[in-house]
Design a protein around this ligand. Structure first.
Ligand SMILES: [Cu+2]
Length: 193
């Protein structure tokens, strides 16, 4: 009897877990290559800053990876793996020029870190090599994903609820739309340049 009750309790708990969190999947079309899709600011909700530091390497005269999506409040470590000195700067965050910043210039093997407290997209540049470019998208929530090269994406562990979901692509116009998550949900985006 007790055992059956325990099994029933586990079953009910599992069902409730399934019912309260889901995924958002879909496709970003109209652009080529990776896009970022994220759940936008949720009114009255904040998230603790993640403790992991995503790494962006400057290697072979490129920002690697070229595109990184992070949660708001995350600290990014910038490494220089090249024999030449590299610089890292950006002129704005989410279009706000007041949030432009120059991290400086440093040699091979050294790292500098920066904590990104404001959401939005950032174009990374190096003032030593004008041809270098990279992107960081700072998501206001932990619910984000990078699509594959065909535009397919999946955001996992999203609590049931109604959200604004934004799709971003380098050089494109970002698009936002309301999405209601109830278990597994779908949202497709068609972006234009
Ligand atoms: Cu450089």
């Amino acid at each position: 009897m007790n055992r059956n009750f325990a099994l029933l309790a586990v079953a009910v708990l599992s069902l409730s877990l399934i019912a309260t969190a889901g995924t958002i999947t879909g496709k970003v079309s109209g652009v080529n290559g990776e896009s970022v899709v994220y759940v936008d600011t949720i009114q009255g909700k904040t998230f603790p800053a993640p403790s992991e530091h995503p790494l962006i390497d400057q290697k072979g005269l490129m920002f690697q990876p070229h595109l990184v999506v992070i949660q708001q409040g995350a600290t990014v470590d910038f490494l220089n793996s090249d024999k030449v000195a590299h610089n890292v700067f950006w002129t704005s965050v989410g279009g706000n020029k007041k949030l432009g910043h120059n991290l400086g210039t440093w040699p091979q093997g050294e790292k500098r870190s920066f904590k990104f407290d404001n959401p939005g997209s950032i174009a990374l540049l190096c003032n030593v090599h004008p041809e270098m470019s990279g992107y960081i998208v700072v998501s206001p929530t932990p619910y984000f994903a990078t699509s594959d090269k065909s535009g397919n994406y999946k955001i996992e562990n999203v609590p049931d609820g109604s959200y604004t979901v934004t799709a971003w692509h380098e050089g494109g116009k970002p698009q936002s739309k309301p999405v209601t998550v109830s278990g597994d949900s779908k949202a497709d985006f068609a972006l234009s340049k």
